[in-house]
Design a protein around this ligand. Sequence first.
Ligand code: URP
Ligand code: ZN
Ligand code: ZN
Ligand code: ZN
Length: 531
Amino acid sequence: GMFDLVIVNARVVSASDIVTCCIGVKNGKIRTLVDSFGDEEIQSARVIDAQGAYVMPGGIDAHVHLCQDLKTGPHGLGGACSDNFETGSKSAAAGGTTTVITFATQTRAEEDKSLLDVIKAYSARAEATGSYVDYGFHIIIVRNDKDVLQKEMPILRKEWGISSCKLFLTYETQRLTDSQLLDVMYEAKQNSMTTMIHAENGDMIQWLTDKLESKGMVAPYYHALSRPPLVEGEATNRAIALAQLIQNPILFVHVGSALGAKNVRRAQTIGLPVYAETCPRYFHLTWEDLKRFHSPTCFENSKMICSPPPPPDTSDQEELFVGLENGTFTIYSSDHCPFRYDHPHGKPSGVLEDPKSMEGEQYCEGDELRSLLARKEGAFRLIPNGIPGVETRLPLLYTGALAAGRITPQKFVELTSTNPAKLYGLYPQKGTIMPGSDADLVIWYPDDSFKPFNLANSMLHHNVDYTPYEGMKFVNWPRYTILRGKVIWMEGEVQGKLRDGQYVKRGPSQLVRGVSKTTQDPRRVASWLYE
Ligand code: URP
Ligand code: ZN
Ligand code: ZN
Ligand code: ZN
């Protein structure tokens, strides 16, 4: 037939428009958008009636942690991610996401020096299980070896299609000094790699943590006090100055404070290529959630620990909402960072394990075992940072912002799909519904036919034993998730297969345009570097 799949009565949403039409899909690609199909075109195809509901380009979650083990864990705090590509990608599909970009991380260990070896190792982890959705990698760089960067960055770009790297201003095992940041940013710029920045001032955090500990303030809640908004405020300003100095475009990951958002806005206003990501937790959690079970012996709140922490109260959330609609935030990602509460590699439950029962464990002995046991005592300094949310990302934005009238459907699509695709070099293969694009789609329920429900973790597909959003009311949920023309999630059931997802090679960012000439004066910034 002419089409493999047709979708009728669709309210197709792009980053700019909404139009009621039908979609024809052939060989995994969008073939056509039309008013209506004739009988002939419909007969041989699978037909989905969207019943007037929103049909959007499939979610692109550009910030997902999978398969990071004890050694390459997100911050050297002893945690290991509990989701691999199997469980993580299934959870993504069930939440309307068709592409995830995950992290492959270099460590300071000499044998992890080669970025190519790191990527190969992570690629093998993905291939070991397969994936329900398409996937790519960002590379986390924690050292400034010029020879490695100069030799390997071009290979990462050309052979692997990896066009983004993440750099840290905090975490002892990952942070770079200012001159190291300049080294890596400079090489990234030469290779058209987008530099992602984790902007927290590591010295402020360490100093405050020491002071808190000296007062016995070690319970999970005090994690927030060790990272007041100024921590992100300082680090965003410093990274903006470093990037401006050498004319490098940057994206701030997981911006969680009104102060951070203001700094980004100011940089954008003077024409700097500064972009920002924010995450669901900053709109749905506050310091109050970290405090919920606050007591010296209860570690339940370790479930809520992430960095940067949620804002102190709802007034910051209001300012962040403005940033969603006015363009300060370029993308909205989950920062899905899965740790279990019931596992020694996860969130400390405060229950000291019997060391003997842990000794037989696969990779824990000696110092590692001792540090795990210390971690189990629950001082916030030792609690792995991060919370899950790849599956709840789109539904939370739908309920909290779209249905609440805070953002338009077009803005929803821009933040969750179109801009991540443009920023990370996937557009227009992904991120839009246009002839020739991959037929990656999320179809919602018609709002008036959906019965709101309260979320329970048991409904989710991640390998995590909690959700920070337990009990929260949702007014819609993805009804169909379609990956390159194949239905992988339908009305509460996973329909896809582990080999459906493919590795995606990416090109350079398509967002950096029209940077103000006045910000490139060689007497003020080092634009002469590139002459
Ligand atoms: O708390 C967080 N954000 N954990 C994930 C690791 C990271 O820094 O993105
Ligand atoms: Zn980070
Ligand atoms: Zn993260
Ligand atoms: Zn272990």
